[in-house]
Design a protein around this ligand. Structure first.
Ligand code: CA
Ligand code: CA
Length: 321
């Protein structure tokens, strides 16, 4: 439960100064047009809740005001509250938000989280997006994506149509020695796919996230940018557990090094209890390791991973569960 300290403070102030002109404390702001939503995002205060009506909001939406740990900012709607855009529909450039229940569709990109930490994306629907659905960039850490449905991404650029994308390719870093560290992000209990590119693309330089309890559908993999697995793991120290995948054109998961200047990534990841249905390429393996030798065999793949309609659990070593 979140504790609305600002409201208590406000009430106390009103008693003391009689007519304190404070109206922003833990307000509920109902919006039913694009301009009202844009104004609400500009004026929102920690602890406020923006409630989206069941209409389409067409425009460009940017959140820049931070919430706080005690008073996050909530933006909520139903699946009939739909954000659409010619650009990226929702641009979360702030921390301590809860985005809940609404839909993002028919846009160039879905949700971009740029320099945003401690945000929760919950029970959202993201679909019919030209490029990627949800993308964490520019040092966005400690975020959670849970119970979302993300599908039909990459409609015009399938090779850039990841469902969830964590970090950036090193060619986009400010320098080869400064990874875009988007760390400790948690992707849990989502239904992701079909997507033109990977269901989840975990970029080099990121670490320590959790990918758990997701259901991946691989039936739209394009193979344009080697998009041929549900998850591409170029980050390190991820826990990948209790996921289920259906249909692939190559493998279920691919773990590999992709770093500038001879660096190493894709190490010390852990795979447990994943169930992989390799229909589509029964010659594939559930968890393919390209970074075995560079990483000193540090990725751990346990024998409780299960393969259906395909070959081996991995081309690497299986550890007894
Ligand atoms: Ca990709
Ligand atoms: Ca691949």
């Amino acid at each position: 439960m979140y504790y609305c300290t600002k409201l208590l403070f406000h009430v106390a102030l009103v008693f003391i100064v009689n007519h304190a002109a404070l109206h922003s404390s833990c307000a509920t702001i109902e919006v039913d047009t694009t301009s009202k939503l844009q104004a609400a995002l500009r004026n929102v205060q920690p602890g406020d809740t923006i409630v989206l009506a069941e209409v389409e909001f067409y425009g460009f939406f940017r959140a820049e005001v931070d919430g706080t740990q005690e008073n996050p900012i909530v933006i909520e709607g139903t699946s009939n509250s739909v954000l659409t855009s010619w650009s990226s529909a929702f641009n979360l450039e702030a921390s301590w938000y809860i985005l809940r229940g609404f839909t993002i569709a028919n846009s160039k990109k879905g949700i971009l989280i740029d320099g945003g930490n401690f945000n929760v994306l919950e029970n959202l629907t993201v679909h019919t997006i030209e490029e990627e659905g949800v993308h964490f960039r520019f040092f966005s850490s400690d975020n959670v994506v849970k119970e979302c449905h993300i599908y039909n991404t990459g409609t015009t650029r399938p090779g850039y149509g990841e469902g969830v994308y964590i970090g950036q390719d090193y060619s986009k870093w400010s320098s080869p020695s400064e990874p875009d560290k988007c760390d400790r992000n948690i992707i849990i209990d989502n239904r992701i796919g079909p997507c033109g590119a990977e269901n989840i693309d975990i970029k080099e330089g990121t670490c320590c996230g959790i990918i758990q309890g997701n259901y991946f559908i691989g039936t739209a993999m394009s193979n344009v940018n080697s998009d041929d697995s549900w998850v591409d793991v170029k980050g390190s120290e991820y826990e990948i557990i209790d996921n289920e995948g259906y249909f692939t054109i190559k493998d279920g998961y691919q773990v590999r090094t992709h770093m500038p200047e001879g660096g190493v990534s894709g190490c010390r990841n852990v795979f447990r209890r994943n169930k992989s249905d390799l229909s589509g390429n029964t010659n594939g393996v559930a968890i393919y390791l390209n970074s075995r030798t560079q990483c000193d065999n540090s990725t751990q793949i346990y024998s409780d991973n299960v393969v259906i309609n395909g070959g081996e659990i991995t081309n690497g070593w299986v550890i007894p569960a």
